[in-house]
Design a protein. Structure first.
Ligand code: NAG
Ligand code: NAG
Ligand code: NAG
Ligand code: NAG
Length: 445
């Protein structure tokens, strides 16, 4: 079903582009779109739609992928009658954003007029054979090389005009999974996509960046909430705003079984202080497609604990923000050093609490005591700020109303960030200066 719709994307795109326009609307568009033109590269289906068709081809994968490809990557609705809630799987972020980019108001069919060129390559889906087919485990350095060859051999002037510095794509995973040295022996985990010089010039939107990011920039993990109208967004935010919060803090997650670690400390403290702390057991991935399990408790808690897991960032951070549950971080790399385009790095004190994990695990600091000591008025102000930030981390549904489209969501902010970054990279034209993420944030806004 999803594959069918995706295979018709070129037709949808043509329909969008042939809508006749008056000279006046064309000139308004030229003004609004100045510096914002995006060209979507047309790629052979082996780089996108065919990858979706093999979503069930990997028996070693913990969980099948196919059911979540519905609705252009939003996943199936949670219930037949639900309008805004879906069983969204972050692994399908690539088709989800592809569908959204087809609605970008400033698309151009001419790559030479574009400020940025989007490659609708489903990079993480194309990595699955290297991760889940044993005969290919040792070949993971080859991930994405066919894309590189395609760009060099097919209309090569499009890529070479700016050496790829104006190209971007989405990678639905943490950068760590794609950063293996190409000559690693033995091969451990992941592919070498981000470690190969062939791809250094691209801009890659990933769910989590490395501590010293190079070509990637982190964008929010998708949640299950994808409203299509402003009324539905406002209704949800109003509910979160007036929700009675009887619990001081919530931890929704798994782990923390053995050894001295932050999850273990949280678990111990929570079990000890059931009057102040609630736990939602998400072991074995039971929560990942079932937002009801954690959204209700998040609406009833003032603070949501966001400790690192296998990797530093968590989807739960964004679920909590939507629920108006103030995030508590234990590492700077869990969010502050990641999501500068979506959650302003210099405002964390206004909407979150930071407690270094060492203080909790080894220093005897009690999280409940730190949080209970924050004056109620400050808690209210922080929660209001969290809810102001919420629309910017949500992924609205494709085909949303004009009212909702007038508010920047996670994709809009990511596109703004990409365009800023590319503008800096290709300036002065012809001799792009390579930059890292750290020195570009001053351009935000
Ligand atoms: C949802 O609707 C479909 C078809 O209309 C039906 O087969 C299915 O049983 C419904 N599911 C629920 C949970 O009501
Ligand atoms: C992969 O390489 C390792 C050595 O680095 C070797 O032991 C293993 O058998 C190889 N696996 C396959 C499937 O070729
Ligand atoms: C990356 O850009 C530099 C110029 O900044 C260029 O010399 C180099 O060939 C490019 N690499 C690739 C793989 O396109
Ligand atoms: C549990 O509570 C008791 C008494 O309130 C306290 O002495 C103990 O240190 C607490 N343990 C943890 C892990 O918080």
């Amino acid at each position: 079903m999803a594959a069918w719709v995706l295979s018709h994307i070129p037709i949808l795109l043509c329909l969008i582009l042939i809508i006749p326009q008056s000279e006046e609307t064309r000139s308004i568009r030229r003004t609004e779109c100045h510096g914002r033109w995006i060209h979507i590269r047309s790629l052979p289906p082996r780089f996108n739609t065919e990858l979706l068709e093999s979503c069930n081809a990997f028996p070693l994968m913990d969980e099948p992928l196919c059911p979540y490809a519905a609705n252009h990557g939003l996943g199936p609705r949670t219930h037949n009658r639900s309008r805004s809630w879906y069983r969204t799987d972050p692994r399908l972020l690539e088709p989800l954003i592809h569908r959204r980019l087809l609605e970008h108001p400033c698309l151009t069919p001419d790559p030479l007029l574009a400020d940025a060129i989007y490659l609708p390559y489903y990079a993480s889906l194309d990595a699955l054979p290297f991760l889940y087919s044993p005969p290919l485990f040792n070949s993971s350095a080859l991930h994405a090389l066919p894309l590189h060859h395609h760009l060099l051999s097919n209309q090569p002037h499009v890529y070479s005009r700016r050496h790829g510095h104006d190209h971007f794509l989405v990678l639905a995973g943490p950068a760590w999974d794609f950063s293996q040295a190409p000559d690693a022996d033995p091969v451990l985990w992941g592919t070498s996509f981000l470690s190969r010089s062939e791809f250094f010039n691209l801009t890659v939107l990933a769910l989590e960046s490395r501590p010293s990011p190079w070509q990637e920039h982190a964008i929010p993990h998708p949640t299950s909430f994808h409203p299509a109208t402003l009324a539905r967004l406002d209704a949800w935010l109003a509910r979160a705003r007036r929700s009675r919060r009887n619990t001081l803090m919530l931890f929704a997650g798994g782990g923390g079984g053995g050894g001295a670690n932050i999850r273990g400390s949280i678990r111990a403290e929570c079990e000890n202080r059931t009057d102040l702390c609630q736990m939602v057991d998400c072991s074995d991935g039971v929560c990942s497609h079932d937002p009801i399990r954690f959204m209700r408790p998040m609406l009833r808690s003032s603070f949501c604990l966001q400790p690192p897991g296998d990797t530093p960032t968590r989807r739960s951070t964004f679920d909590g923000i939507l629920a108006g549950c103030i995030p508590v971080f234990f590492e700077e790399i869990s969010a502050r050093k990641q999501y500068g385009w979506h959650l302003p790095e210099d405002q964390y004190e206004d909407f979150s609490v930071y407690i270094p994990k060492e203080d909790v695990v080894f220093g005897g600091v009690r999280i409940t005591e730190v949080l209970a000591a924050i004056p109620e008025a400050d808690v209210r102000t922080m929660r209001e700020r969290v809810l102001e930030l919420a629309p910017g981390v949500m992924y609205r549904r494709h085909g949303s109303s004009a009212g909702l489209r007038s508010i920047k969501d996670a994709v809009d902010l990511a596109i703004d960030g990409v365009l800023r970054r590319i503008r800096r990279k290709v300036r002065p034209l012809g001799s792009p200066e390579l930059i890292t993420v750290d020195d570009e944030e001053d351009a935000a806004g």
